[in-house]
Design a protein around this ligand. Sequence first.
Ligand code: ADP
Ligand code: MG
Length: 220
Amino acid sequence: MLCRHELDGKRAQRLTRHLAQAHFSMVRTLADFDFKAQPSVNPDQVRDLEAGRWIAHAENLLLLGPPRVGKTHLAIGLGRAADEADDSVLFVAASSLMVQLQQAHDTDTWDACLNRYVKPKLLIIDEFGYLPVPPQTAHLLFQLVAARYERGSILLTSNQGLVDWGRTLGDDVVATAILDRLLHHSQVITIQGDSYRLRTKRRAGMVSSRDPAPTPASTT
Ligand code: ADP
Ligand code: MG
């Protein structure tokens, strides 16, 4: 009993340390995700992803869809599951990642920066596409994606369809090169529909089904 107690304590400590190292933007788990409210997400697919084989095989996952449909929630839930399985995880907002890559390039700290983002088994890049990426930074993102290719998983969330990446990155050639590597061994989940909160309010009869969905500007 004492041994089990000790092991449980060690495990809990390790998880706390891993969660702190992952830098998730909010506390969310897959258990909190209401699949009934989001019928475009297949619970079996998420359960399969939760088992982590895609991370063991260094595959990627793209979660696409409009704002407030649960992309970041699912990303963090899967990240947490990976943490619990002792895989190293790092979560970063795409906008922050772009700034860090550019700064590292400009201040000769590129190798350390690249290493930070190549090392974890799972790198979560959240909210790609909300801000345009300067073309010189797009090249740095390509270097990161290329360095992780077939070595570590990337989970990327985006409100942009894949066809819009050329515009976001200001360069069609770089966009194609990045997508080529990201998509080679990957799953893409496209979440459709309204914001989660609007949907739950509708179900509760608090707003009419004719009310328009809020614009991204008013929901983020
Ligand atoms: P997105 O990243 O797609 O913009 P988020 O994951 O940030 O959306 O979701 C917005 C809020 O709604 C979060 O607080 C999230 O936990 C909650 N949410 C979204 N979808 C669901 C769901 N299906 N079940 C439970 N909570 C959800
Ligand atoms: Mg989000």
